[in-house]
Structures are given as C-alpha cells and as structure tokens.
Design a binder for this molecule. Structure first.
Ligand SMILES: Nc1ncnc2c1ncn2[C@@H]1O[C@H](COP(=O)(O)OP(=O)(O)OP(=O)(O)O)[C@@H](O)[C@H]1O
Ligand SMILES: [Mg+2]
Length: 251
C-alpha cells in the first residue's frame, strides 16, 4: 500500500483535480484506491459525487471508524472518505489533544488498499499535519511561474521540512506542473530554480506536465475525470502519462 498526499499550501493549484485524476486512473487499472478529502470545501467529494454522511471529520474526531467513514464511488475500485464543512472546526476541536497530528495515521492502520490518496487543503492547520504524518510521499502540484516557485520554497522550509521530523519516512515524489500553458515560456532561471528545489527535497520535477484545459471544469461538473470525459483532451492525456511516471517513481 502506498499513501500519497497531494499538497501545496497555495490554493487553486490543481490539488483536488490531481488527486481525483490519479485515483480514477489507478482504479481503472484494477487497483483498489481510497481517496481521503481533508478539505472543508469538499471539492474532491463533489467531483466524485459523494453522498453526505460520516467522513473525514468524523474519522479524525473518532466518531466514525474508517469503514463507517468510507463510501464507494461510481468508479469501480474507487472509494472516498468525504470532506465536509465540519473540518473547518478541526483545529479548534483537536487543539491541545495529545497526538492530534497523528489521528489519520492511526485510523489508516490496517487499511487494505493498493493506494490511498489524500487531498490536502491549503494552509498549515490540523489537516495538513495529519496528512503529512500519514503519507509515504507527497505529490506537489504547482504553477510553473515565479510566484509558484516563491510559495513552494516557503512550503518546503516551513512545512515539509519540519514535518520530516515527526514523519521521518516522509518523501517527496515530485513537483507536478499543472494548468501548464505551452505558450508561456518558463524562463531558464525559474525552471532551474524549480529543479534545484526539487533536488533539495530529494525529488524531481515530473517530466509530465498537465496542460491547461477549460474542459477540466466541464468534466468535473459531470463528476468525471478529464480522460473519461474526453479521450483526446491534452490535459487528460497528460494525467494518464503522469500516473505512469508516478508508478515508475521510487519513493
Ligand atoms: N490543468 C487545468 N487546466 C485548467 N483548469 C484547471 C486545471 N486543473 C485544475 N483546473 C481548475 O482550476 C481550479 C482549481 O483546481 P483545484 O480545485 O484542483 O485546485 P486546488 O489546489 O485543489 O484548490 P484549493 O486550494 O481551493 O483546494 C478548478 O476550477 C479546476 O477545475
Ligand atoms: Mg482542492
């Protein structure tokens, strides 16, 4: 079993879209996959068409077991622990509770999946802490520009590095450029700096880049991954290629 957290403290960089695409692609290949939506916005839960019911909040506050918090999705082999607005109060509820950053790790002990993919909300609260303590490796979607680089440097220094002290086995699988515009020339300096940062993380910038496509939103409105919505869409092909690269990536 491999546990990936899809994370970046910056919002709107394609975390939920990536968690979904990777989960659906792996499930379509016959793997048993669990998505965990730790975001109070519940975007990933919406995209898969999850029902209301016990989910990540109930799991992390020990009001539900993993089995009780898990739903099947319309995709064979793909399951989800949904996110809900209750997660917004998680910091407050778990404040000063011993072991509060290890609730997810504890809950996943004995889980029987080939892959668990955690969608981590932006910011630095309880959900990111639980995700990074539970994960084997991080997938970091990022925008291939100077601001994406600047923010990722901060995320590395202020979040990932300190978390490696409590989860010593934590690895970074790589940085994934999303909403990539082929026309936007990534300056050599910025590209070099991303490569240097990835190296400092013991990782790489994935060769696969997810191109920008307005069709992604249409697919999500129809509760589908982009490559299910359109077989020829560039971003869909990119995600399928990325999943193969991810499987080849040693962590
Ligand atoms: N490759 C892409 N091309 C065009 N639009 C995209 C692409 N990837 C994601 N989007 C769109 O960008 C928006 C943000 O994507 P997403 O919700 O996956 O980001 P996020 O990092 O999870 O955001 P948040 O920080 O709010 O959780 C969504 O509307 C999504 O449909
Ligand atoms: Mg999201």
């Amino acid at each position: 079993m491999k546990i990936y957290a899809v994370t970046n403290q910056k919002g709107g960089v394609g975390k939920s879209t990536t968690a979904h695409a990777v989960g659906v692609a792996l499930a379509n290949q016959g793997r048993k996959v669990l998505l965990i939506d730790l975001d109070e916005q519940g975007d990933l839960s919406f995209i898969v068409g999850a029902n209301q019911g016990p989910g990540a909040y109930e799991l992390l506050t020990k009001q539900a077991t993993l089995g009780e918090a898990t739903q099947a999705t319309a995709t064979k082999g793909l399951f989800i622990v949904p996110g809900s607005i209750g997660l917004a109060s998680l910091d407050l509820v778990l404040k000063d509770v011993p072991g509060n950053g290890f609730r997810l790790k504890e809950a996943l002990k004995g889980a029987k999946y080939d892959y668990i993919i955690i969608d981590v909300p932006p910011g630095l609260g309880s959900q990111p802490a639980n995700a990074l303590n539970a994960a084997d490796a991080l997938i970091i979607p990022a925008q291939a520009n100077i601001l994406g680089l600047k923010n990722l440097n901060v995320f590395w220094e202020k979040t990932i590095k300190p978390m490696k002290k409590t989860n010593k086995a934590l690895k970074v699988a790589g940085i994934l450029f999303t909403s990539y515009k082929a026309s936007a020339v990534l300056s050599k300096a910025v590209e070099g700096a991303f490569n240097d940062l990835a190296q400092a993380m013991g990782a790489k910038v994935f060769k696969s880049r997810i191109r920008n496509s307005a069709m992604i939103e249409k697919a999500q409105a129809g509760h589908k991954a982009i490559f299910e919505y359109s077989k020829k869409n560039a971003a869909g092909l990119d995600y399928l290629e990325f999943v193969e690269e991810l499987k080849r990536t040693r962590i």
